[in-house]
Write a protein that binds this ligand. Structure first.
Ligand SMILES: C[S@@+](CC[C@H](N)C(=O)[O-])C[C@H]1O[C@@H](n2cnc3c(N)ncnc32)[C@H](O)[C@@H]1O
Length: 307
């Protein structure tokens, strides 16, 4: 396939703009770069490396299921299994998202900051060669993605025993959707390698705000009508994680004061929440298997996590 130079130049500029806007903004139309940036920060803080590691993307999503997997692969992962209970039927959309991800990452290598986990530009370029860009440009997915990037539509618990084993897990905006998150975490703890890690980005906001701008992040604390989420606040989520046998490194949190005139709107059952649990709207955590079989603990808090 030959592509006109002016088309390539425009594509390059568009991709630079996408990465520039998406890198720091979760609400951007293409948040994968933002999510990966947060993963790299947490990975650096916890000396996490990806070279040769078997990765799993828990809840890889129906919108861009190959994105995080492709970025992990470019960073040296030996394999990435994405699982989700909903996967897309439209492979053209997935191919276009995968293309945007790998080209965006490579063209913006300095901005991506792969070197935070010791990955050089040469390494990323050599891994890019494993993607069939010509097929992706034709929006063909089959044969375009390295065969070690796989997806399965299932619950983690339903994977074959051999597929459950992993070194590095990532899970962006998924823990808050899982009703029995403790049960999943216990199973993950049983299958993670000794020096493994799980990165989780957790969003405690009322998710109605993402589809209806009349809603705000605390709304279910006022009406208990939260939507598609398990309503577990930060402290309780950390307790469930440590009880499941993980130590937790809190990389960062987003927090916001509840406007004073909203305090009276809190339902009685939420009035005793600590200020952390009201104000922390999202967190990025790296989970490390606690030594022994007991509970884990909060290891360390990233510099910008609180305050
Ligand atoms: C907010 S989306 C995030 C998707 C993706 N991680 C991303 O950042 O684009 C939450 C995803 O979690 C998936 N999900 C919910 N419960 C799940 C479970 N028990 N196991 C696997 N995936 C689940 C949903 O199907 C959905 O795709």
């Amino acid at each position: 396939m030959t592509i006109d130079n002016s088309v390539l130049k425009k594509m390059h500029n568009d991709l630079k703009n996408i990465v520039d806007t998406a890198f720091n903004d979760f609400s951007a139309t293409y948040p994968a770069f933002h999510n990966f940036n947060q993963f790299l920060d947490a990975a650096k803080e916890t000396d996490t490396v990806l070279f040769g590691k078997h990765c799993i993307d828990i809840g890889c999503g129906s919108g861009r299921p190959h994105s995080i997997a492709s970025l992990l692969y470019l960073s040296g992962a030996a394999s990435v299994l994405g699982i989700d209970i909903v996967l897309p039927d439209n492979h053209e959309d997935s191919a276009s998202m995968a293309l945007m991800t790998v080209l965006g990452a490579v063209l913006n290598h300095e901005h991506m900051g792969f070197e935070r986990i010791g990955v050089s530009k040469d390494h990323v370029m050599s891994k890019l060669a494993d993607f069939d860009l010509s097929r992706l440009l034709s929006l063909e997915l089959e044969g375009a993605i390295p065969s070690v990037i796989l997806q399965k539509k299932c619950f983690y618990q339903d994977l074959e025993e051999s597929e459950k084993k992993f070194d590095i897990g990532v899970s962006h905006q998924v823990f808050e959707h899982i009703e029995h998150i403790g049960e999943l975490l216990v199973e993950l703890r049983a299958n993670i390698s000794n020096n493994g890690r799980i990165f989780a980005g957790i969003d405690y906001r009322d998710h109605r705000m993402y589809v209806d701008s009349s809603h705000g992040p605390w709304d279910y604390l006022f009406d208990d009508d939260g939507w598609q989420i398990n309503k577990i606040r930060h402290t309780e989520m950390m307790r469930i994680i440590t009880d499941s046998g993980f130590d937790v490194h809190i990389s960062s949190v987003d927090r916001q004061h509840l406007p004073p005139d909203c305090f009276d709107r809190l339902l009685p059952k939420y009035r005793d929440l600590s200020s952390d649990d009201i104000e922390i709207l999202s967190s990025r955590v790296m989970l490390l298997p606690a030594r022994g079989s007991g509970s884990g603990s909060i290891l360390k808090t990233g510099q910008d996590a609180f305050g």
